[in-house]
Design a protein around this ligand. Structure first.
Ligand code: KIV
Length: 313
């Protein structure tokens, strides 16, 4: 009998972990981004607790310079691809820039679009400034993850991708933002690119888990971008210091494709075993009716002239 499928992780499971809740998820928590079925399958099979369909898709998949270029429809497209793999991990979807900035009705509608695409929670950037949006989404029964520190959707306002909270006032403001988000009911907060002491202070001040990226080791969990973790970041992109590459897949993939190019050019791909053949009778009849019969040496390579096993049903 196949092993029963493990229960899917929920937002309350994540929040409860900080309060010593049942070990449905790991401690520290692990979140990795994914944007399509293959990346979602690898993250889930590896045992991560959460899959973030991040708006980083704009940069790491779609080739833009920032995250401002994707819409709710773009995000829903990627969320759907991830959700259709039916992962155990909680699927968290990023609300993109301008999807929660214009009106409360639009905000809730956009969050609902991502839930209907298959997410179990949404994430949005900003602190006290976004409390109204957070409360409205929560009021629609949608779990919300916060995101403060370096918030890439504010890249122009922040003046670039820079570490945040380095001065005392800024660190205090971030702590106040985190407390306000936690009080409003978010189930977790991403802390991006803040000094480790600030991340520690925030982590110790709030009752929901903090998930760090470039925020040191004192957070309740860590998140990395799939392409960064697997060495799929391109050669011209400067890698932030918090990225640890666990594989060099871009290099390995290029080498594999180079081998394919060489095989095609050398005539060694496809082989007979990689080719669909006719039966001998069909080949003869084909010759009778003026077709070009398959090369005899290729036909004889097939053992006992057995009927071809169908690969494509
Ligand atoms: O979009 C994203 O990938 C993110 C992570 C960097 C936290 O928001």
């Amino acid at each position: 009998m196949p092993a029963p499928k493990a229960r899917r992780v929920t937002a309350p499971d994540i929040a409860a972990r900080k309060r010593g809740g049942p070990p449905v998820v790991s401690s520290p928590l692990v979140m990795v981004t994914a944007y399509d079925a293959p990346s979602a399958r690898t993250v889930d099979a590896a045992g991560a607790d959460m899959i973030l369909v991040g708006d980083s898709v704009a940069m790491v998949v779609l080739g833009y310079d920032d995250t401002l270029q994707v819409t709710t429809a773009d995000m829903a497209h990627h969320v759907g691809a991830v959700a259709r793999t039916r992962p155990r991990a909680l699927v968290v979807a990023d609300l993109p820039w301008l999807s929660y900035h214009v009106s409360i009705a639009e905000t809730v509608h956009n969050a609902a679009q991502l839930i209907r695409a298959g997410a179990g929670a949404v994430k949005l950037e900003g602190g006290r400034k976004r409390l109204e949006a957070v409360r409205a989404i929560l009021d629609a029964e949608i779990p919300v993850m916060g995101h403060i520190g370096l918030t890439p959707q504010s890249i122009h306002a922040l003046g670039g991708f820079k570490v945040q909270g380095k001065e005392l006032d800024a660190a205090k403001a971030l702590t106040d933002d985190a407390c306000a988000l936690a009080d409003a009911g978010v189930f977790a907060i991403v802390l991006e690119c803040v000094p480790d002491a600030v991340a520690r202070m925030i982590t110790e001040s709030i009752a929901v888990p903090t998930i760090g990226i470039g925020a040191g080791r004192h957070c309740d969990g860590q998140v990395l971008v799939w392409h960064d973790l697997l060495g799929f970041g391109g050669t011209d992109r400067k890698r932030p210091k918090f990225v640890r590459e666990y594989a060099a897949l871009e290099h390995a993939a290029t080498e594999a494709v180079e081998r394919f190019c060489a095989d095609v050019r050398a005539g060694t791909y496809p082989s007979s075993a990689e080719t669909y053949h006719m039966t001998d009778q069909m080949a003869e009849a084909f010759g009778l009716y003026g077709g070009t019969a398959p090369e005899p040496e290729r036909r004889s390579e097939r053992a006992n002239n057995e009927p071809e096993r169908e690969l494509l049903q």
